[in-house]
Design a protein around this ligand. Structure first.
Ligand SMILES: NC(=O)c1ccc[n+]([C@@H]2O[C@H](COP(=O)([O-])OP(=O)(O)OC[C@H]3O[C@@H](n4cnc5c(N)ncnc54)[C@H](O)[C@@H]3O)[C@@H](O)[C@H]2O)c1
Length: 349
């Protein structure tokens, strides 16, 4: 049984803890650390085991974990990872991995030099709907990618301060930027417009919305729009569209993908559920195939990292730290473009 610890017992820490409570067959929960003692103590209560700490160094000294989940806000990264690496502890860290690309590259290089297994919380990559989308992008010439994510302002205090969260693109819509990299292609250049003035909220100093034009290695271009000004579900939207000359795939993260114009041999006569070419269950409509998510991506994401640490084989991890740094570069480039009002080229790919 391997020993697992958590640093950061806030919203996302709670989400991971919910998964860990079902992993009693492979892990022992030994330590929970938060700067706010009551938060760490509440995790001990929920887990029914382990010990609460306010200093991760003390936790490391006392419980000597075999792995750690680092669930701290975007502005808190750096020393936590460096100390974890110094001690040779494999780590899972939440996105965005940092707010500064040089810092993320330093953490990446030190973790690699230490030979550590790492993973980042891009759980959307583990959804069963990624396979048909990847298949679609490989088998068709994608000319255009359109991503839309419109929603509201999350409740945590640090989110509305761009210096602490990085802003919506970096903190939240990073999932969508990442899924496009994962399913389709690497970006080479971005040009982003940001806008403010639609949100009136105390201590709020970030962009209300932005639109990014993306150039991809393949020659395709994309248009990514995201906003946090929505106050009603009627104004919310969340989808990524991959468009080819005679077909398109509409990927709704963690939920479903609908492929318009999919080949006739995959369809069941008169509609209904069929087995798609990749073995997944799909629903055939008049002119489209719909793949609905059949797994809990978050659980799979966490378990994959834990099993990798146990086996020593990190090959099934879909988002190792080094790859997540490339997604960070993508979103930070959007911020830079907003600031400089000029296109920004990406270097890591
Ligand atoms: N993967 C996802 O879908 C997803 C969803 C939500 C949040 N997140 C990410 O998770 C991170 C945390 O978000 P959250 O909503 O849980 O924030 P939160 O504010 O609810 O919780 C963060 C906790 O970390 C603690 N903390 C900060 N520095 C610490 C340190 N040095 N030692 C111990 N504890 C420390 C804080 O006291 C706080 O309780 C963010 O980067 C966010 O983007 C990811």
């Amino acid at each position: 049984m391997k020993k697992l610890a958590i640093i950061g017992c806030g919203g996302i820490g709670k989400y991971h803890l919910g998964h860990f409570l079902n992993f009693g067959d492979i892990i022992e929960l030994v330590g929970f650390c938060d700067l706010i003692p009551e938060r760490a103590e509440s995790f001990v209560d929920k887990a029914g085991c382990g010990k609460a700490f306010t200093d991760y160094r003390v936790m490391y000294d006392e419980v000597k974990p075999d792995m750690v989940f680092i669930c701290i806000p975007p502005y808190c990264h750096g020393e936590v990872e460096f100390e974890t690496i110094r001690r040779g502890i494999p780590f899972f860290v939440e996105k965005p991995v940092a707010l500064d690309l040089d810092l993320a590259c330093e953490i990446r290089d030190r973790a690699a030099a230490a030979g550590l297994i790492t993973a980042v919380g891009f759980q959307c990559r583990y959804s069963s709907i990624c396979a048909p989308t990847i298949d679609f992008c490989r088998n068709n010439t994608i000319a255009y990618v359109e991503m839309t994510r419109m929603g509201g302002v999350p409740g945590v205090f640090w989110w509305r301060d761009k210096t602490l969260s990085g802003g919506q693109v970096v903190e939240q819509t990073i999932h969508d930027f990442d899924i496009v990299r994962y399913c389709f292609d690497e970006p080479t250049e971005v040009f982003t417009f940001g806008a403010r003035g639609f949100i009136d909220m105390e201590n709020y100093n970030t962009d209300d919305l932005s639109t990014t034009v993306v150039r991809f290695k393949s020659g395709a271009i994309g248009c990514f729009a995201t906003g946090c000004y929505a106050k009603s579900g009627n104004a919310c939207e969340h989808r990524v569209l991959f468009s080819a000359a005679d077909k398109r795939a509409e990927h709704r993260i963690l939920s479903r993908v609908e492929i318009f114009g999919e080949t006739a041999e995959k369809k069941a006569a008169g509609g209904g559920f069929v087995i798609g070419g990749d073995g997944g269950m799909a629903e055939a409509t008049g002119n489209s195939l719909i793949y609905k998510a059949t797994n809990d991506a978050g659980t799979e994401c966490d378990r994959t990292f834990i099993e990798a640490v146990i086996s020593g084989d990190g090959s099934k991890i879909r988002s190792p730290y080094a790859d997540a740094v490339k997604t960070l570069e993508f979103v930070l480039a959007c911020n830079k473009s907003m600031e400089t009002k000029a296109p920004v080229s990406l270097k890591l790919n």
